[in-house]
Design a protein around this ligand. Structure first.
Ligand SMILES: C[S@@+](CC[C@H](N)C(=O)[O-])C[C@H]1O[C@@H](n2cnc3c(N)ncnc32)[C@H](O)[C@@H]1O
Length: 269
């Protein structure tokens, strides 16, 4: 098994996939079509399982306690890329939630504006490096085994412009997502603001929107946060990624009626 070194900055300003990527399940690079609403000329779908800057260990207890009075919790994952992030939440639920509570939080409604990654996600296959399995997935699941979640597929799934495919140093394999994990996430291609407008909240919503908003320009972000604040009722939760703090989304959320209750986890006041 080949272990991939971590580190390096690329021409994209992120860890260099040529020198050793930090993000391991998918790094598709694409030009944005509607340039006006984006702050950057291209988007990376860079993602991985159990991505950092979220307290995966203590999140289950928080979710369970926060929604103890609700009979159903609607969980959304915006800008989900190839699905690794939504599957991480689902694995966390299967692994750490009492069985009677699991269906309360499932399925996870996952969406992304990029039809290419969503079509890949809908195949219920996923590309994972050995390193990702060793360093992230096995560290975060205990009762479940890797075999409970994935089965090796001898074919390679190719996602257009995925930098992982061009990198000979990366040992990745294609896996099938197994039941019940495969049935725990529903994928759809949509813009996050449009998706937000379909949510009818009763203080029982979790929206994870990590490392996606920071691609958008300031008008888009302000409009999104205004709509978010109008849509979510007291007690509902919004989760961001480390990159979103670069454009001060944490401060904007605090100014719009949210309190940061755990690292990158905001609850509507
Ligand atoms: C860097 S990836 C982050 C993936 C995952 N959330 C994570 O943190 O690992 C950003 C994703 O956001 C998606 N995205 C960008 N703008 C979006 C929008 N307006 N609506 C929905 N998804 C968007 C991109 O297509 C890309 O897959």
């Amino acid at each position: 098994m080949k272990i991939t070194p971590i580190g390096g900055y690329s021409k994209y300003g992120y860890n260099d996939v040529q020198k050793g990527p930090k993000f391991r399940s998918c790094v598709r690079v694409y030009d944005v079509e509607n340039k006006k609403k984006f702050a950057r000329p291209y988007i990376l779908t860079a993602t991985c399982f159990f991505r950092d800057c979220l307290d995966w260990k203590n999140l289950p207890e928080f979710f369970i306690k926060n929604f103890k009075d609700k009979s159903k919790v609607n969980m959304f994952c915006f800008g989900v890329s190839d699905g690794s992030e939504a599957y991480s939440y689902a694995m966390m639920i299967f692994d750490r939630f009492p069985e009677v509570l699991q269906s309360k939080f499932l399925p996870i409604w996952a969406s992304d504006i990029d039809s290419k990654v969503i079509n890949a996600a809908k195949t219920l296959k996923i590309n994972i490096t050995d390193d990702d399995i060793m360093q992230k997935i096995s560290r975060n699941i205990h009762k479940l085994s890797i075999n409970d979640c994935f089965s090796y597929n001898s074919e390679t799934m190719e996602i257009e412009n995925d930098q992982l495919l061009n990198n000979n140093d990366l040992a990745f394999s294609t896996y099938d997502i197994k039941k019940p994990l495969s049935e725990s996430v529903q994928f759809e291609c949509s813009d996050m603001t449009e998706k937000l407008s379909t949510i009818d909240d009763d203080g029982n919503t979790i929206i994870s929107c990590r490392n996606a908003l920071f691609y958008m320009n300031s008008d888009y972000i302000s409009n999104f946060i205004q709509k978010l604040s109008d849509t979510l009722k007291s007690n509902s939760v919004f989760i961001i990624g480390a990159n979103d703090r670069i454009v001060n989304i944490d401060k904007m959320l605090k100014d719009s009626g949210f309190t940061e209750v755990m690292e990158n986890v905001f609850r509507r006041n």
